[in-house]
Structure formats: structure tokens, C-alpha cells
Design a protein around this ligand. Sequence first.
Ligand code: SF4
Length: 211
Amino acid sequence: MTKKKLALEIIERLKKEYPTAHCSLDYNQAWKLLVSVRLAAQCTDARVNIVVKELYAKFPDVDALASADVEEIEQIVKPCGLGHSKARDISACMKILRDEYGGNVPDDFDALLKLPGVGRKSANLVIGDVFGKPAIVTDTHCIRLVNRMGLVDGIKEPKKVEMALWKIIPPEEGNDFCHRLVYHGRDICTARTKPHCDKCCIADICRKKGI
Ligand code: SF4
């Protein structure tokens, strides 16, 4: 089977398995997703969802957060780890949104990439989830799973994985496919234990079944 055909088959099976897969970070405005995705580095989404409640209670909009002292932000976000650098990035990012984008989040990938603390993974997440445009989010689950499945061959660098996936995944499928990989990676094709290939919906076509 070609990689393209394999990808289409895996996409269809994961759709059936996880029909409502979505981002597990809570947000109701685009700027909040930017904040959450920065806090999520080396932290669980569940913890981020708790921490941001306090952050938004104190700083409810872009203006408020842009005007806040970095130290105040740090005090609140430090349970997510890397408190100082995360607080510094969030502050700088909100200042740019306030001063250059009228408080809005740009819907352009390159503009997003220029924001402090925003890398390709975060920019793709915003582009896909907020703006509904084609996106491929290469987080740790995605990279581990697409290698095991045989969609890429021994590629670990996120940008290279993203570029390889763009060649074989229909653009409109990329965003949901990546969300589904997260679900599958947490539940079945796990990182810390042996993957549960006996319960896997793609076991018969996966390259690494039974590793
Ligand atoms: S068959 Fe096993 S290795 Fe392949 S995707 Fe499923 S759980 Fe992962």
C-alpha cells in the first residue's frame, strides 16, 4: 500500500473510532488558545485548563493581560512549569496582539509564527481550530504514531514530519486527523507502556503492530 492510501485508510478508521475528537485545551476566544498552547509545553492540558481559570478571572481580555506585570502572570502560571519564560512570552504576545492587531489573533500562519512563544505546532493548532484552515499539528503523539504506523520513516523532527504528512494527507483532513492521533496515542498507541495493539483499529495495516 502506498503511504497516501495507508493515510486515507487510517484517517477513515480513526474517524469511526473517535468521531468527535477535538482539542483538549479549553478556550472560547482565539487569544485564549494562544495562551493555553504556550502553557501546555511540558504540562498536561488538564492542568492548563485549571490554571487559566485563575488567569482569566484576573485578566479577562487581551488588554488586561498585555498590561499585567510579568511577575503577576508568572505567579499564576507557575504550576504549569517554566513559569518565567511562559509568563514573559504570554505578556509579549498579548502586547503585540493589542498594539498591532487591534486585540485580535491574526489568521495568517507566518504572522502567528512571529508571535513570541508561538512555534509551528501552536500556529497550526490556531490555524486549524480557530480559523478552520488546513493544518497539521505535529505534537509528540503525532510524531510517535505516524512513525509506528508507517506514514513516515524514522523522522522525528516536527517540521520534517509536518512536511512529510502534507504530501500524503488531504489538507482538509489534517487538523482532525491530528486531534484523533492524540486520542489514539493516549488510549491505545501509548508512549510509556507497550502499545495496546490488540485493541487497535488499524492493527492489520500498521507497520509496527506488536512492537
Ligand atoms: S497497531 Fe500497535 S503500534 Fe500500530 S498504531 Fe496500533 S497500537 Fe500503535
